[in-house]
Design a protein around this ligand. Structure first.
Ligand SMILES: Cc1cc2nc3c(=O)[nH]c(=O)nc-3n(C[C@H](O)[C@H](O)[C@H](O)COP(=O)(O)OP(=O)(O)OC[C@H]3O[C@@H](n4cnc5c(N)ncnc54)[C@H](O)[C@@H]3O)c2cc1C
Ligand code: FES
Length: 289
């Protein structure tokens, strides 16, 4: 499994088993409110440690005294310097407790866990990213790594959809991406408001306006389960091969390391074999999509 021993001092690695089960105490360096429901936390690891993650991997985050939740790493490995970012939607007990944290507070971190995106296989390809809603949180890690190694990739196209303009995440970053000439950003919302002059419609409506060279395109989509079926139809309809379509499956997870069975889909554990899969790896799995 990738990244299991990645939280380790640069000079001297700790026992891997300690890190699988025992959280490392990390410090909340900053908290930024993105929307009514989402906040971004910058997390600092103890001196000399780095997360060593791959885009698409997640960490188990403990709100001390409350419990743990799996959260994707949202920052790019190419930009981490002893710290990393998590974008957390307030959904229940653990995420609600995380939303109360202030700079200086401590949380527990285990991981990174799971299989991330195989970015080496994407080099030389045109990349079509299709995040929906909170799906931009994990995809932002991959997108920023691609932008930091821009010359290694072909076209970069992002189709991002949210329910309303106020629910679009990372708006400052979206503005910067929109200004770049070496990438194409298309936004849509299901419902506009008085200030929204952009596209309105579900994310699949954005596919009509783009043309791609399907044989050289890798597509990556992360979003709510209901979105996948329709986005997959569009991607396959554009002629992208099943092996070149990548997505992330968020199952209920507890241990994150293949022990508890919470994330099981048939005979695979999504926490270990995933959460990132190519479409041809999971299309035969009942209940995967
Ligand atoms: C691999 C992975 C990566 C994730 N990345 C992120 C992320 O980057 N940012 C983020 O905000 N959330 C992410 N999640 C979802 C997050 O783990 C859940 O929202 C969280 O565990 C809820 O815990 P809670 O104690 O706050 O809520 P609970 O009190 O346990 O539940 C509150 C509500 O959340 C729902 N819920 C619980 N677990 C999940 C889940 N796994 N997926 C969807 N809904 C759930 C419950 O049905 C309930 O309606 C990820 C989940 C997985 C498996
Ligand atoms: S989360 Fe425990 S086996 Fe996957």
């Amino acid at each position: 499994m990738m990244g299991m021993n990645a939280i380790a001092p640069a000079a001297e690695r700790q026992e891997v088993n300690d890190q699988l089960f025992a959280p490392i105490l990390a410090r909340v360096a900053s908290v930024e409110k993105l929307t009514e429901l989402e906040k971004v936390f910058t997390i600092e690891l103890p001196l000399g440690m780095s997360l060593g993650h791959r885009p698409g991997q997640f960490v188990e985050v403990s709100a001390l005294g409350i419990g743990e939740a799996p959260i994707s790493v949202s920052s790019s490995p190419s930009r981490s310097n002893g710290s990393f970012e998590l974008c957390v939607r307030k959904a229940g007990n653990v995420t609600g407790a995380l939303h109360k944290l202030q700079p200086g507070h401590k949380i527990g971190i285990r991981g990174p866990f799971g299989r991330g995106f195989p970015i080496e296989r994407f080099r030389g390809k045109d990349l079509l990213f299709a995040p929906g809603g909170l799906g931009l949180a994990p995809l932002r890690s991959l997108i920023n790594q691609v932008l930091d190694e821009r010359a290694l990739f072909g076209r970069v196209i992002i189709l991002y959809g949210a329910r309303t303009p106020s629910e679009l995440l990372f708006k400052d970053e979206l503005k910067k991406w929109a200004m770049r000439e070496d990438m194409e950003l298309h936004l849509t919302v299901d419902r506009g408001d008085e200030n929204w002059a952009g596209h309105i419609g579900v994310i699949t409506t954005l596919f009509r306006d783009i043309s791609i060279y399907s044989r050289n395109t890798v597509a990556v989509t992360v979003g709510p389960p209901v979105m996948y079926r329709f986005v997959l139809m569009e991607l396959l309809g554009k002629g992208i091969s099943e092996g070149n379509i990548w997505l992330s499956l968020e199952r209920r997870m507890k241990c994150g390391i293949g022990k508890c069975g919470h994330c099981q889909i048939n005979d695979i554990y999504a926490c270990q074999s995933g959460p990132v899969f190519s479409y041809n790896e999971i299309k035969g799995l009942e209940e995967a999509l």
